[in-house]
Design a protein. Structure first.
Length: 481
């Protein structure tokens, strides 16, 4: 039967903690059991050793008392001394019994049994023989054997304790080795389990993180699928619904922009045509005041036309219908024509353009390149304060074109840097130009530059205001051609 995986993230985490903790718990239990067993053995050995030593000393003392009493009885012949001997004899035999009970050594038990027999034999001789008989003197030589046996039992007890301590040291060493091997085996196994469950948990979380980042960046083309526990899969389905909804809204917005832009182009073309006829004098000569008003109308019409073209271009890039019409073009004439187009509005605020453009050719979409330069110039003109300068530079750097536009305005704040290329976003910096922008120009710049395989970045430190640097390949990149 195939094992079932946890269906929820909580279940997966609980299973992971259980599998990681189980070997550790087993190791701790085994270590505790081994330590407890060693503690019991050491306690038993200490108790037996202490008791055996005490009893051995007590037997030797009782043996001396017995011998002293027997010798006195032999000299004095007093029956009371015999009664005292019998009382000490009972105490001596009781101590032998206790020593026999705790002595595990067979040789020691044999010695103790021999001591019991010799002691009883001496007692029998004292009761049966007269104090001054030679036979009693011979019987009392048994005390020498008793002392030797008692010393042998004491030595055997010491050897038993020493052997027990040696066994404890060996068992302790084996326990340490076993724990060391268990630890050595558990560490990689535990790390492997941790790595496995981190992978199982982190993989869907990384997918969700990537999906949320893509949604935040407006990348809505990739279908969202999250593998993993059921609750994370459900979250992935909700994110997929959100992606589809955002995609629908983006399409509706682009359709609206296209329709409105096309609706505005026709009346705007009529306004521009009528303004050009007035300026050309086709309907009669104009006074200086009338000509100034007509110039203002034409400039506003051009500005409105550029905004409409930006909206159409942005909508085309978003719907992925825009294409590049590549052709060989010269950079300097294109840049100078854009600068000339803005001269009238710049001169009104006494803003001068300082440019340094190298003579170089590149292969690019002429209309898109003009749109890039026009939007960068428009952005600089909006934020350049009166009586200041705009700097334009164009140069070759290896196989790339470096195009830079900078102004002396308030610059771009740190909070605006991350969003300045977002569509319809307008920073908090005050605009110096007469016309408030739509917030789409820099988005169009970025789309056009990326379409050519290039990059656009914000440069800081060289000029007081905003400084944009465009880096484009002089020849089209195959993936972007």
């Amino acid at each position: 039967m195939r094992p079932t995986r946890p269906r929820t993230l909580t279940g997966l985490l609980i299973l992971g903690f259980a599998l990681v903790a189980l070997p550790l718990i087993i190791a701790v239990v085994r270590a505790a059991f081994a330590m407890n067993q060693l503690a019991r053995e050491s306690e038993t050995l200490v108790q037996v050793g202490v008791e055996a030593t005490r009893l051995s000393q007590s037997v030797l003392e009782q043996l001396r008392d017995l011998e002293r009493g027997a010798r006195l009885y032999q000299v004095l012949g007093n029956p009371d001394l015999l009664s005292l001997y019998e009382s000490n004899q009972k105490t001596f035999l009781a101590e032998l019994s206790r020593l026999e009970f705790i002595t595990p050594d067979a040789a020691s038990l044999k010695q103790l049994s021999s001591m019991r027999s010799d002691s009883l034999a001496i007692e029998g001789a004292l009761n049966a023989l007269s104090p001054d008989s030679a036979a009693l003197t011979e019987a009392l030589t048994g005390f020498e054997r008793l002392r030797e046996s008692a010393n042998a039992v004491a030595q055997s007890s010491r050897l038993y304790i020493s052997s027990g301590l040696g066994n404890l040291r060996e068992e302790s060493s084996r326990a340490r080795q076993t724990l060391a091997w268990q630890t050595a085996a558990l560490v990689p196994g535990t790390l492997g389990l941790i790595g496995l469950f981190v992978f199982l948990v982190a993989k869907p979380l990384r997918q969700i993180d990537r999906v949320i980042r893509d949604l935040g960046k407006g990348a809505l083309s990739r279908e969202i699928r999250v593998a993993g526990p059921a609750d994370l899969q459900a979250l992935g389905e909700q994110l997929e619904w959100l992606r589809n909804r955002l995609l629908e809204l983006a399409h509706e917005r682009n359709r609206f922009l296209r329709h409105m832009s096309h609706e505005l182009k026709t009346p705007l073309a009529n306004i521009r045509e009528g303004t050009d006829l007035l300026i050309d004098g086709s309907v009669g000569a104009l006074s200086d005041g009338q000509r100034e008003v007509a110039e203002i109308l034409r400039g506003s019409g051009l500005r409105l036309q550029q905004d409409i073209e930006n909206l159409l271009s942005y909508s085309a890039w978003q719907s992925r219908t825009a294409t590049l019409e590549l052709a060989d073009l010269q950079l300097k004439p294109l840049v100078l024509s854009v600068i000339q187009q803005h001269q009238l509005s710049l001169a009104a605020r006494q803003v001068k353009v300082k440019y340094r453009i190298e003579e170089l050719n590149l292969t690019a979409d002429r209309h898109k390149m003009r749109m890039v330069m026009d939007n960068l110039m428009s952005n600089a003109a909006k934020f350049a304060p009166p009586d200041s300068r705009i700097y334009v530079r164009g140069r070759r750097e290896g196989k790339f074109l470096i195009l830079e536009v900078a102004d002396c305005g308030p610059g771009i704040s740190d909070s605006d840097e991350m969003r300045v290329f977002d569509a319809f976003y307008q920073g908090e910096a005050p605009q110096g130009g007469p016309v408030k922008g739509t917030g789409i120009g820099l988005s169009v710049v970025q789309e056009c530059v990326h379409a050519h395989g290039g990059t656009v970045e914000i440069v800081t430190g060289e000029f007081p205001g905003a400084h944009f640097r465009v880096r484009l390949p002089l020849q089209p990149v195959p993936d972007h051609a």
